[in-house]
Design a protein around this ligand. Structure first.
Ligand code: ARG
Length: 457
C-alpha cells in the first residue's frame, strides 16, 4: 500500500518494520481528539480563505461522518497507515475523495499529535480531579462518624499518643486536597494550543492560531513553534502529580492492610473489596488495597520512562516522542481504576471500635499525659519525662499500665500527683485536651471537618 508520505521513496518498508514504527495500536485512543483538532483546523483554514468555503464544508462533513463511525466503533484502523493521524486522513480521502487531502494544509503531524495530547489530558485531568473529590467525600463521611473513636496514634509504628480516628483519616483528605490543587494548577500548562506550529517552524499560510485554539477551548497558544511541537513537560508534570497521588494512596493502602490484619483488627473491609484464598478457607485478603499499593510502581515507572526518553532529545520533533503515549494512557487508566476502588473501600469498611477501644486501654500511649500533668504543675518537662519514664518501666516489669498504679506509688514518684491523674490518663480525655489548632482534640477535628466540607462543596 502506498504511504501518504510515499512520494520520495523508491520501495516500501517491509511489514515488520512498519509494525515496529506504527503507533496505531495505542494512539487510536486519540481518535476523538484528533477529529476534534482537524475540525477546528479546517474551520480556521476556511475562515482564513486558505480553503474555499465549499472545500471546508466538504471536509467538515467527511469529518462528521468519521466521528459517527468512530463512536460506533466502525473504523478499522490499519498498521500500514502507521498512526491515528494518517489512518483518519486516509479514511477521509476514501470518504470524500481527493479534497480530503487538503485537510493537512498548513499542518504537520507534529503539531497535530501535540494538540491531541493536550486535548486528551485536559479532559482526563478534569475527570481525575472529580474522582479524587469523590474519594475525599468518602473519607469525610467515615471521619465524621469517628471523631470520637479513639485509637493509638503511631510514630515509628510504635504506639505514641491516643488520637481521634477521624483525625487520622482526615490526614489523607489533606494529601488528596494537595493532589487536586497540583492537578488544577497544572491545567494552565495543559490548556495551551500547539496547533499551527507546523512541523517546527510555523507555516507560510496566513493561518489564525488563536482562532483554532479558541475553537478547541484552549485558553492560549504556545509562543514558540519549536517549543510547541517538542514540549512534553505537561505530560511529565501530569505523571509526576500522578506519582505523588499514587504514593498517597499507597500509604493509605498500607494502613488499610495493616488495620485489617488480625494483629490490629481495627477495620474490616467489605466483602466486595476483598478476596479469598484458593487453599486457606479462612482467608479474607485486602487484595484491592494491595493492588493499588502495587500499581504505584508502574506509575513511577511511567514518569521515569518519559523523563529518560526526553533527556537527550535535540529540538524539535523526534520519533522518540511517540513513546510519550502509552505511559500516559496507562497512568490515566491506573488512576481512574484506583480512585473509585479506594473510595468504595473506605465508604464501606467497618470500623471495629471495640478493638480500638481495647487497644488504647492497654498501652502506654497516655504516658505523655502524665509528663504534661507534672510539667503543668511546675516540674521542668525534662524531669517530668524522667519520672514518667521510670513509672512506665516499673509497669512493664509488673505487667501493669499507668492507670493501674496505686496513688501512693505514684506520689512516691512525685508528690505533685493527685488523684485527678486517673481522669487525665483516660485516652478519651487525653484526646479531648489536645485542642491546639490542627490537633486531635474533638473540637479541632470538628472544625477541620467543617473546613474540609467547604472545600469539597
Ligand atoms: N505517531 C507520531 C507520534 O505519536 C505522530 C507524529 C509523527 N511525526 C513525524 N514527523 N513522524 O509522535
Amino acid at each position: 500500500m502506498t504511504k501518504l508520505w510515499g512520494g520520495r521513496f523508491q520501495k516500501s518498508a517491509e511489514q515488520w518494520v512498519d509494525e515496529f514504527g506504527a503507533s496505531i495500536s495505542f494512539d487510536q485512543k486519540l481518535v476523538m481528539e484528533d477529529l476534534e483538532g482537524s475540525t477546528a483546523h479546517v474551520k480556521m483554514l476556511a475562515a482564513c480563505n486558505i480553503l474555499s468555503q465549499e472545500e471546508g464544508d466538504q471536509i467538515l462533513s467527511g469529518l462528521e461522518k468519521l466521528k459517527v463511525k468512530a463512536q460506533a466503533g466502525e473504523l478499522e484502523f490499519s498498521t500500514a497507515n502507521e498512526d491515528i493521524h494518517l489512518n483518519l486522513e486516509k479514511f477521509l480521502i476514501d470518504e470524500i475523495g481527493p479534497v480530503g487531502g487538503k485537510l493537512h494544509t498548513a499542518r504537520s503531524r507534529n503539531d497535530q499529535v501535540a494538540t491531541d495530547m493536550h486535548l486528551y489530558l485536559k479532559n482526563r485531568v478534569k475527570e481525575i480531579i472529580e474522582a479524587i473529590q469523590a474519594f475525599q467525600s468518602a473519607i469525610v463521611e467515615q471521619a465524621e462518624a469517628h471523631v470520637e473513636t479513639v485509637v493509638p496514634g503511631y510514630t515509628h509504628l510504635q504506639r505514641a499518643q491516643p488520637i481521634s480516628f477521624g483525625h487520622h483519616l482526615m490526614t489523607y483528605f489533606w494529601m488528596l486536597q494537595r493532589d487536586k490543587e497540583r492537578l488544577s494548577e497544572s491545567m494552565k500548562r495543559i490548556d495551551l494550543s500547539p496547533l499551527g506550529a507546523g512541523a517546527m517552524s510555523g507555516t507560510t499560510f496566513p493561518i489564525d492560531r488563536e482562532m483554532s485554539a479558541d475553537l478547541l477551548g484552549f485558553s492560549g497558544v504556545y509562543q514558540n513553534s519549536l517549543d510547541a511541537v517538542s514540549d512534553r513537560d505537561f505530560i511529565l508534570e501530569f505523571l509526576s502529580n500522578a506519582s505523588m497521588l499514587m504514593m498517597h494512596m499507597s500509604r493509605f493502602a498500607e494502613e488499610i492492610i495493616l488495620w485489617s490484619s488480625e494483629e490490629f483488627r481495627f477495620i474490616e473491609l467489605d466483602d466486595t473489596f476483598s478476596t479469598g484464598s484458593s487453599i486457606m478457607p479462612q482467608k479474607k485478603n485486602p487484595d484491592m488495597a494491595e493492588l493499588i499499593r502495587g500499581k504505584t510502581g508502574r506509575v513511577y515507572g511511567n514518569l521515569f520512562g518519559l523523563l529518560t526518553t526526553l533527556k537527550g532529545l535535540p529540538l524539535a520533533y523526534n520519533k522518540d516522542l511517540q513513546e510519550d503515549k502509552e505511559g500516559m494512557f496507562d497512568t490515566v487508566h491506573t488512576l481512574m481504576g484506583s480512585l473509585p476502588i479506594f473510595e468504595g473501600m473506605v465508604r464501606t469498611m467497618t470500623v471495629r471500635t471495640d478493638s480500638m477501644e481495647k487497644a488504647v486501654h492497654s498501652d502506654f500511649s497516655n504516658a505523655t499525659e502524665l509528663a504534661d500533668y507534672l510539667a503543668a504543675k511546675g516540674l521542668p518537662f525534662r524531669e517530668a519525662h524522667e519520672v514518667t519514664g521510670k513509672l512506665v518501666f516499673t509497669c512493664i516489669q509488673r505487667g501493669y499500665y499507668l492507670k493501674d498504679l496505686p496513688l501512693a506509688e505514684l506520689q512516691e514518684a512525685s508528690p505533685l500527683i493527685e488523684d485527678d491523674i486517673y481522669g487525665v490518663l483516660l485516652p478519651k480525655t487525653a484526646v479531648a485536651r489536645r485542642n491546639s489548632l490542627g490537633g486531635t482534640g474533638f473540637d479541632q477535628v470538628h472544625y477541620q471537618l467543617g473546613l474540609a466540607k467547604q472545600l469539597i462543596g
